[in-house]
Design a protein around this ligand. Sequence first.
Ligand code: GTP
Ligand code: MG
Length: 459
Amino acid sequence: VDSSFVDYRPPITVVVGHVDVGKTLLLDKIRGTFVAYREPGMITQHIGLSFIPWNAVERIADPLLTKFRLKGKVWIKGFLMVDTPGHAAFSNLRRRGGSVADLAVLVIDITRGFEEQTYESLTLIRSRNIPFVVAANKLDRIYGWEPHENAPFLDSYEKQREDVQGRVEEAIARIIEEFNKLGMDADRYDRVRDFNTQVPIVPTSAVTGEGLADLLVVLAGLSQRFSRDKLRVTYGPGKGVVMEIREEKGWGVTADVVLYDGVIRKGDLIVTAGLEGPVSTKVKMLVMPKPLDEMRDPEDRYMFMDEVKAAAGVKIIADGLDQVVPGAPVFVVPQEASLDEYVKLVREEVSEVKIETDRDGVVAKADTLGTLEAMVIYLRSQGIPVRKADVGNVSRRDVVDASIVRRKNPLYGVVLAFNVNVPHDVEVEAMQYGVKIFRNEILYRLVEEFTQWYKEQKT
Ligand code: GTP
Ligand code: MG
């Protein structure tokens, strides 16, 4: 039947970077620019995603496509862009063995260079092995820059005074140097000779629209080259991941899901993961945001869908979603299949992230399945053994577990709490047991605090 039909879906593209670098404005500008050029209804809104069709990109990228001899060679149909307010959203775009994100845009303020969360974003991108481009944003802030509304960077750059060009080069050189310090190679995108080994840097301005064409052309190039297999979809049973669990007036607890493969329909039986184990439920309603121009009032935000095809962001309304953890997989159970099989699949997938062993290692706690997975991957990359990894606030059991490790190996008998709380009574108990709890909202800082302490204790 039609489940064997294969197509290419638009790449899911995450926009990450330090606060205030212009991630949201960049997406707004891309949307706005294309809305300005558009046929009505061309830009579709999703839950947390927005779709930029390639034919809209072509309008502003035409001179570049000619220059790079790419005209007619782009087969991707557009991009599904995800704005990530912090690392949690990015981490929750997880799937078994990787990420739902096909591409990433790492936004850096060209006048400021690398900042704290630039490193954090980079760690996440690299741990998931996602092809990415750097948008060196706020180009218009370079002293003396003469803007050319929506022009490709290369065209606008050529028209700048020599001293201004010099300042742009210096700023780019500083970013390249930071990558070099991390053992990576980078260059201005038009000077990149090998996209396998060099990170392309595209100067952009979310205010003037300069460089947006270049950015999207580079993204198209990267996805065609590196994501082809990941972009193949069947129109079989849907597969997705929970981005957010949210209470909505009149609907109860709902799940915002990114569907990356297959189809989901109203009435489908789905299996996902809760704090206490797999959750199976029937889809009561599927909703997607209306295009902005069709919205009459805020109450009238949604369209009710009978079916949704990958890739898409969709809100699922169903019973029993209150236990579900962000980052959890969502599988549609086909009619002929057994529910048990899918429950087992979810259980297996979750048990790869939630770890329970009796080895000597740290206890890791995080707020979602996605952040927990990112944490475990990072701890492993730093050679730190993990005894137990779980979702939720630090509990008395965690402290007891750490204290057991502590008796044999005092340096690993600790709790690392990433983005979660430590209730007061647990804190008191930890003190009684002499178990140290490290807490931080930034992953590499959390691990750094621990390793610092570890070194001090060792000497
Ligand atoms: P968070 O979501 O808080 O992490 O920030 P963000 O990265 O989404 O940044 P946002 O788009 O909210 O922009 C932050 C500020 O920088 C706003 O005041 C923007 O107007 C400004 N800004 C963003 N991009 C540009 C740019 O290209 N040029 C200039 N001059 N200002 C910009
Ligand atoms: Mg933002």
